[in-house]
Design a protein around this ligand. Structure first.
Ligand code: PMP
Length: 362
């Protein structure tokens, strides 16, 4: 393991090493079946057991007991497909979806609703380069909105909501970059969706948690595969799922449970984020780009005094076996993604490297 690079990629991202070892060993013979999970039928008992375990693990982690009223769908198409499916299923021209625009991804989500003529912008942080999230009362939910959409963690600008807002209409959350990074107040959620490739597993699985009363609202003419009800009715087997991705996700969920569930993972994430922001705040050389009240525990975005120094920093970090530190191409600078699976030692290595780099170049 010591020879592996420290992986600060924004997604697809680092996976827990012990899970990687486990799935490597299970690759040829999964669960004693004599075959790889990749060779199973998705309608087999073997796969059914894997899927059911993923479902019960997920609900256990969320603290949801019997009769919780949610469905868990394991789809494909990424969060980007959910940008379209949410308004197609829930919004109408008269009852649009109301979007709190806190970054490029929420802008894209609103864009899809607008294409259908049923998007409403409740707030935008574009004026501050998305460095800040709205304070309580800064944004107004549109009367009669069919839902309110937020992006709980903004992967590019490095901001994250602290707690979920209380809304009149059902709250729809894009949780792609912070799902299961800490406890979630499920009482406030109508739909939560996320691509798996940051906190849950490999790319190619999309998790959709949907409150049962929101299923079945799609208008006539909605293509079957884009209607949530199709997937609910087919018990998530309407078409061939990403069976291997779902299997791997199950191993990641079991790993989170071993770490103490969502409280355990939150403590681990807080410690990592504190160490990194502590280094940034204690230095005049590094400058965090997100407002301190809004900053993310998952994506830590920072600048150095010049773009040349940033280039040098990223290059030397790579030589020191730390990869993925380049900021998103739309904003530049540096970004360390420190998702659930990133080991605390990787953050320690980065902090030491930052101190060294400042001493040599500050
Ligand atoms: N939302 C957020 C917050 C993201 O970070 C991303 C991907 N980085 C997306 C949506 C798009 O996800 P996908 O590529 O799975 O469609």
């Amino acid at each position: 393991m010591s020879s592996r690079p420290h992986n600060f990629n924004a997604g697809p991202a680092v996976l827990p090493f012990e899970v990687m070892e486990e799935v490597r060993d299970a690759l040829l013979d999964t669960n004693g079946s004599g075959l790889s999970v990749m060779e199973w039928s998705h309608r087999s008992g073997d796969y059914d057991a894997v899927r059911k375990e993923v479902e019960s693990s997920f609900f256990r982690l969320l603290g949801l007991g019997a009769d919780h009223g949610f469905k868990l769908l394991l789809l494909q198409g990424g969060a980007s497909l959910q940008f379209a499916m949410v308004p197609m299923n829930l919004a109408t021209v008269d009852r649009p979806g109301s979007y709190v625009v806190t970054g490029s991804w929420s802008k894209k989500a609103l864009g899809e609703a607008n294409r259908l003529g049923c998007g409403h912008e409740a707030w935008t942080g574009a004026g501050t380069n998305f460095a800040k999230l709205p304070a309580h009362g800064d944004w107004e939910e549109r009367d009669g909105a069919s839902y309110v959409h937020i992006t709980t963690n903004n992967t590019i600008s490095g901001t994250q909501w602290r707690g979920l807002p209380q809304t009149q209409a059902p709250l729809v959350c894009d949780m792609s970059s912070d799902i299961l990074s800490g406890p979630i107040d499920m009482d406030r959620i109508g739909i939560a969706y996320a691509g798996a490739q940051k906190n849950l597993g490999p790319a190619g699985v999309t998790v959709v948690l949907i409150r049962e009363d929101l299923v079945g609202a799609a208008p006539d003419g909605t293509p079957a595969i884009l209607d949530y009800q199709t997937h609910v009715k087919a018990d998530a087997l309407y078409n061939t799922p990403n069976t291997y991705g779902v299997y791997l996700m199950g191993r990641v969920l079991a790993w989170i449970e071993r770490l103490g569930g969502l409280e355990g993972i939150r403590r681990r994430n807080e410690d990592k984020a504190d160490a990194l922001y502590g280094e940034i705040d204690g230095s005049d050389f590094y400058r965090g780009t997100a407002d301190p009240e809004s900053r993310s525990m998952m994506n830590v975005c920072f600048r150095l005094p010049t773009e040349d120094l940033e280039k040098q920093f990223i290059g030397e970090a790579k030589d020191a076996s730390m990869i993925g530190l380049k900021g998103h191409r739309s904003v530049g600078g540096c970004r360390a993604s420190i998702y659930n699976a990133l080991p605390p030692e990787s953050v320690q290595a980065l902090v030491s490297f930052m101190q060294e780099f400042e001493r040599a170049n500050g």
